[in-house]
Design a protein around this ligand. Structure first.
Ligand code: UD1
Ligand code: CA
Length: 463
């Protein structure tokens, strides 16, 4: 939108979170609260995007750079309230046009709702348009005071609101569309509130009305205006975000028999027709292809699972991994930076780290890639159609050639050529008839030891 500027306020400390992390960097669905708000802001394609930072400025600025590199970052120092934050942003904003103010701690806003707000703002010719919500528990939200025609005339913060206004559930959702020329004229008039010395952006409403400017209001589902001010509120937002995203995936044709047990990340992509069984956790960076199946109790992060592949139950897939078409990763298998080619299998009890496994290869139960020597990590290459016997240790860097066989229980320290057999373990010794002899020897030993101090036990030396 050509004459639209968006400012995201992200300078606050988040005192009620009761920890050192800047509030807007607390994670929701695996990414910072601020990422949700910036993604929504970008969906409007504003001509300018400004983020106000202050508390934890270095970390927040770094996050902004990653999420929305086109955004301009301005600093608010010290942090004297939301009105003061917008004052700090003014030099980075155009002279005129529409300014949309978003709070960095309100992550469930939808772009469609903002478009509706902007339309109303334009159609009503208003200078100030508010997003109103009616939360189940209005608690600390600012209350919107209306005139007889239902137009907003003020926002009164809960701590200053008289009882009759506190009884109203019409709350400020923390989003405003503003006429920039009016903001430039009136914002300097706002005065700090005596007790905390903060300048409230919300005071702009009464100020605009006093100056004869028009106001308007758009109501949104209350979820969209929910702020994350304390840990419990963050948990509530997570619950709602998860429910919303699962519903979208189900609607798109993903099969999830117990969706309420599946935990998604903001960027989880699951193709229609894929199956996600109960109790699966997706960290950031996961893509699941059509017809793939992720079985129960698996934990995935930074991995692509291609069409028709199967993962779990009880699999752990870590960043940099790929399970190619039709490949299988079974129970108690961990992949870290490991790529399984089409149709390859690692079905039981394995660790594959920094590994490349060719198409159709079979990794036997208990196989471990020894990728770390205590100082550096090293790669393992396993060729297509190779067969690695159970309980093998592949000491990296090492290569097992295409079609090679590694005998079970081998410790492989040197490369195995294509189509070769490699066995690296103690040779088995067999002595016919030796078992009864050995047993007799043990019995005798126990009898003589028992007549002594009485200390011989099952756990003693049997030889
Ligand atoms: C604010 C509103 C309240 C509204 C609620 C909706 C004001 C005065 N109150 O209250 O009417 O119902 O949001 O969620 O605006 N920030 C800065 N600089 C500051 C202070 C805050 O950038 O000096 C940022 C914070 O990082 C945060 C946002 O502004 O992202 C809102 O601040 P917060 O302290 O959470 O305001 P609330 O008390 O929730
Ligand atoms: Ca808030």
């Amino acid at each position: 939108m050509r004459d639209l500027a968006v400012v995201v306020l992200a300078a606050g400390k988040g005192t009620r979170m009761r920890n050192d992390r800047p509030k807007v960097l607390h994670p929701l669905a695996g990414v910072p609260l601020l990422a949700h708000v910036l993604t929504t802001a970008r969906a409007l394609a504003p001509a300018r995007l400004v983020v106000v930072v202050g508390h934890g400025a270095a970390a927040v600025t770094e996050a902004v750079g990653r999420i929305a590199p086109e955004a301009r970052v301005v600093r608010q120092e010290p942090q004297r309230g939301t009105g003061h934050a917008v004052q700090a942003a003014l030099p980075a904003l155009p002279a005129t046009g529409t300014l949309l103010v978003l709070y960095g701690d309100t992550p469930l806003l939808r772009p469609a709702t903002l478009r509706r707000l902007l339309e109303t703002h334009r159609d009503a010719g208003a200078a100030v348009t508010l997003l109103a919500i009616r939360p189940a528990d209005p608690a600390a939200y600012g209350r919107i005071r209306l005139d007889a025609e239902g137009r907003p005339v003020a926002i009164v913060e809960a701590r200053h609101a008289p009882p009759e206004l506190l009884a109203s559930d019409l709350c400020n959702g923390g989003v405003m569309a503003l006429d920039l020329a009016v903001v430039r004229r009136l914002l300097p008039d706002l005065r700090p509130h005596p007790e905390k010395g903060e300048i409230y952006l919300t005071d702009l409403v009464a100020r605009a009305v006093a100056a004869g400017s028009g106001t308007a209001l758009v109501e949104a589902p209350f979820e969209e205006g929910l702020g994350a001010n304390a840990q419990a509120e963050l948990v509530e937002l997570e619950r709602r975000w998860q429910r919303r995203r699962r519903a979208e995936l189900l609607a798109a044709g993903v099969v999830m028999p117990a969706p309420e047990t599946v935990h998604l990340a903001a960027d989880t992509e699951i193709a229609p027709g894929a199956v996600v069984e109960p109790y699966v956790v997706f960290g950031p960076g996961v893509r699941i292809g059509a017809g793939a199946r992720v079985r129960s109790f698996s934990h995935l992060e930074g991995v692509r699972v291609e069409a028709g592949a199967e993962v779990g139950p009880f699999a752990r897939l870590r960043p940099g991994s790929l399970v190619a078409e039709g490949a299988k990763v079974g129970n108690f298998v961990e992949l870290k930076n490991a790529r399984l080619g089409p149709g390859a299998k690692a079905n039981h009890l394995s660790y594959l780290g920094d590994a490349e496994v060719g198409a159709g290869a079979n990794i036997g139960a208990g196989t471990i890639t020894c990728n770390y020597d205590g100082v550096a990590k090293h790669p393992t290459h396993i060729g297509a159609d190779a067969f690695v016997g159970s309980n093998s240790a592949l000491v990296a860097p090492v290569r097992v050639g295409r079609g090679a066989i590694v005998g079970a229980g081998s410790v492989i320290t040197r490369d195995v050529p294509e189509e070769a057999l490699a066995v690296a373990r103690g040779r088995q010794e067999v002595r016919e008839g030796m078992a009864p002899v050995l047993r007799e020897r043990f019995r005798h030993r126990r009898a003589t030891a028992g007549s002594g101090a009485g200390s011989a036990s099952e756990g003693g030396d049997r030889r």
